[in-house]
Design a protein around this ligand. Structure first.
Ligand SMILES: Nc1ncnc2c1ncn2[C@@H]1O[C@H](COP(=O)(O)OP(=O)(O)OP(=O)(O)O)[C@@H](O)[C@H]1O
Ligand SMILES: N[C@@H](CCO)C(=O)O
Length: 329
């Protein structure tokens, strides 16, 4: 249950007086999510999500809230933040930075179909295109420097094979620079639990709190590693093709991106293997965790290493059998 900061009825009523959103009808805590405290809030005028930010600082938050507003205004299915009577998206509630955003219809999907992958691919392509004109800037806090620092912390806790795989992958990634790849705003955490659907209609992308400016192809790789493969990391060709085809309708991949694809899929797998390893070995005090299994991303990484010669953006179905080489990991 992720309600770290309790909000009483009167506190919420007082808070809502700073907005033109009508009277409070009801509210309840949301159990999903790990980072922040979230409540569903219904007023006489509409339905909203109230987030109390538990870790991000007040200085960091305008980037995310301005980005969410910008994307919602530029045709990316997402939730627009609500401005208060001073025109600000951010206020304070119970000592925590807090924001209200529009509550989207729909639910996340555990087993997305081709049509849902296509809807998401199109939305991500559109986000990457319109994001080019967003003026905010934020470094990726989970980029190569973070990989190296985090690997140093988790390595002593890993067994020999895992430690070797992690060490080798960091060394491999260091040999690859991506200076020629298109960059811009990326979501950076577009997993299945961060998109809502009603049927095959994508009602919105949520949880922009890892968004940053980085390589666009990395965002594509993060997303397909979660949406378009099975639990062993095998790509599902129809879903992968549906995603990439729809993405391409918004933005064509460059030759440099085609070339970098196998490396990028590995980088994306490494990032989430590392964060899950870190969360498992160094749980935050007082956190009621929904700890996610690091082994899923170890398998995905091993699979991407094994199938490196067959991974292609031009022919995504390729040959993802990985031969027998991944047995070595
Ligand atoms: N705008 C929205 N509309 C509808 N539901 C939302 C919206 N924003 C969040 N939710 C719901 O709240 C849940 C938690 O939100 P979110 O994933 O942003 O949590 P978090 O704790 O901020 O992030 P994380 O998942 O990274 O820990 C989501 O799974 C979703 O059910
Ligand atoms: N999407 C992440 C957790 C939140 O950042 C994961 O599945 O490991």
């Amino acid at each position: 249950m992720s309600v770290y900061t309790k909000v009483e009825h009167d506190e919420l009523e007082t808070f809502l007086r700073h907005y033109s959103l009508g009277q409070l009808v009801e509210y309840r805590g949301i159990s999903a999510g790990i980072e922040n405290t979230n409540y569903f809030v219904t007023t006489t005028q509409g339905r909203y999500v109230l987030t109390l930010f538990e870790a991000l600082s007040i200085d960091e938050l305008p980037y995310f809230l301005d980005l969410m507003a910008y994307l919602a205004e530029h045709g990316v299915p997402s939730a627009h933040p609500e401005a208060d009577d001073q025109g600000h998206y951010l206020r304070t509630l119970n000592g925590k930075p807090a924001a209200l955003v529009v509550r989207l219809e729909g639910k996340s999907v555990d087993n997305p179909n081709q049509a849902q992958c296509a809807a998401l691919g199109r939305a991500l392509g559109h986000l990457h295109v319109v994001g080019q004109s967003f003026t905010g800037y934020r470094e990726n806090q989970r980029g190569p420097h973070w990989w190296v620092e985090t690997a140093e912390q988790v390595l002593p806790r890993l067994d020999g094979e895992d430690a070797e795989l992690l060490d080798n992958e960091i060394a491999y990634q260091k040999q690859h620079r991506h200076d020629r790849l298109p960059r811009g705003v990326i979501h950076a955490d577009l997993f299945r639990d961060n998109a809502l659907f009603t049927g095959n209609k994508l009602t919105g992308i949520i949880d922009f709190y890892y968004a940053c400016n980085d390589v666009l192809l990395y965002d594509v790789a993060v997303t397909v590693n979660d949406w378009c493969c099975d639990e062993n990391g095998h790509f599902d060709a129809p879903r992968l093709e549906a995603f990439l085809e729809a993405y391409r309708q918004e933005r064509e991949f460059t030759d440099a991106e085609q070339e970098a694809w196998p490396v990028m899929l590995r980088a994306a797998a490494l990032r989430f293997w590392l964060s899950r390893l870190y969360d498992m070995h160094f749980p935050r005090a007082g956190e009621i965790t929904h700890t996610k299994d690091p082994r899923v991303f170890r398998r995905i990484l091993a699979r991407r290493i094994a199938s490196r010669d067959s991974l292609s953006l031009a022919h995504p179905a390729g040959r993802d059998d990985g031969g027998t080489r991944d047995e070595a990991y």
